[in-house]
Design a binder for this molecule. Structure first.
Ligand code: PLP
Length: 403
């Protein structure tokens, strides 16, 4: 007998399970469209050359120690991250209304930010888009938020945003609800609000006194340009919103397993910042005490050096362009095959993902019959496609749809 006999098997995490099924599959045609990570044109993970260069330089630097970082991490890293998000010319920065803290990638930023809002501002209601990244719900509930709600976002009929539905849901949200917004490259739909739509979202949120919590996991991946991708966050800040934003360097620096992130906070009164930082310190202290240094040093060293920064911008441009080319290629193949349906949404959507509109049965068929792995929601990671497999994938999709 064991005291652990009470532990029941938990459900699998879909993306990790898919990854394992893909790895175990011995079919030579197999394709992984499930994983949320960049792949190069040969289907391999890609270490950014600027990261490799920096890591070599750091390995040779005998002055680097393994002492603990402060609880809130490397200050230089956070300052550079805030500036990358809000823009160097941001008046919120020059007026001292912002600060950042180093956190464990995007997830850590969401978790620390949510626990802080729950503990200290007593916020309990949060809204996330339907659909959203599957972890949002769990992270907020584990942070103490007891009232999870959804706002409408994706309209399967038009394969676009259900904007009226979204606005209606925000209008009905109770005051002080935390509204989780994807800063850009919405996961999983690949559809972002237009600038005009963001303005309306801000109008309603201001009127209803709602709190914006931005999730920025893909800065640079939507348009290929860091500044364009930060438009929504910068607009909210210019409008005078107080807000928080969880930034991840997993995708745009390819530093997935290093857990490098920043939580940017914007506050109207700079005098409040020391108290806020002191309480954030206690939130982190009770969770993981302090963050790791390696990835944050890599990012800070690149962001601080104009030449390296430009080199990194080039890498982002390259990755996002490859994704766009593959969108075009997949759509072109489907049209060539005469696959029923309109495939324009594949090229209209942005970022890593496409919400294909395939049914869960069709997805199952792709996995079972064609060794093509994708989420049952029909979300595919476009960079799982490359010139040697895109025709195979299109044929398989055609088969799944027409059989
Ligand atoms: N938010 C969104 C929308 C994501 O898609 C992801 C990762 O897939 C994350 C946050 C968190 O990623 P990480 O914790 O690896 O930075």
């Amino acid at each position: 007998s064991s005291r652990f006999a009470v532990v029941e098997q938990g459900p699998p995490i879909e993306v990790f399970l898919l990854n394992k099924l893909f790895t175990d599959d011995t079919n030579k045609n197999k394709v992984n469209l499930g994983v949320g990570a960049y792949r190069d044109e040969t289907g391999k993970p890609w270490v950014l050359p600027v990261v490799q260069k920096m890591e070599k330089q750091m390995a040779a630097d005998e002055t680097l120690l393994h002492e603990y970082l402060p609880v809130l991490g490397l200050e230089q890293f956070s300052n550079l991250s805030v500036s990358m998000l809000l823009g160097e010319d941001s008046s919120a920065i020059s007026e001292g209304k912002t600060f950042g803290i180093q956190v464990l990638s995007g997830t850590g930023g969401l978790r620390i930010g949510a626990e802080f809002l729950n503990k200290h501002l007593k916020y309990t209601t949060f809204y996330y888009s339907n659909p959203t990244w599957e972890n949002h719900h769990l992270v907020f509930v584990n942070s103490g938020f007891t009232q999870p709600r959804v706002y409408r976002y994706w309209d399967p009929k038009t394969r676009a945003i259900d904007f009226d539905g979204m606005i209606e849901d925000l209008k009905n949200a109770p005051e002080n609800s935390v509204i989780l917004l994807h800063a850009c490259a919405h996961n999983p739909t690949g559809i972002d609000p237009t600038h005009e739509q963001w303005i309306k979202i801000a109008d309603v949120m201001e009127e209803r006194k709602l709190f914006p919590f931005f999730d920025s996991a893909y800065q640079g991946f939507a348009s290929g340009d860091l500044d364009s991708d930060a438009w929504a966050v910068r607009y909210f800040v210019k409008r005078g919103f107080e807000l928080v934003c969880a930034q991840s360097y997993a995708k745009n620096f390819g530093l997935y397993n290093e857990r490098v992130g920043n939580l940017t906070v914007v506050v109207n009164d700079p005098k409040l910042i020391p108290a806020m930082k002191s309480q954030l310190t206690w939130v982190v202290r009770g969770m993981y005490s302090n963050p790791p240094a390696h990835g944050a040093r890599v990012v800070a060293n690149v962001l601080a050096d104009k030449k390296l920064f430009d080199e990194w911008r080039g890498h982002i441009k390259m990755m996002s362009s490859r994704v766009m080319q593959m969108r075009d290629a997949l759509r072109a193949e489907l049209i060539k095959l005469g696959t029923p349906g309109n495939w324009d949404h594949i090229v209209k959507q942005i970022g890593l993902f496409s919400y294909t509109g395939l049914t869960s049965k069709q997805c199952e068929h792709l996995i079972q019959e064609h060794h093509i792995y994708l989420l049952k929601s029909g979300r595919i990671n476009i960079c799982g496609l490359n010139p040697s497999n895109v025709e195979y994938v299109a044929r398989a999709m055609h088969d799944a749809i027409t059989k």
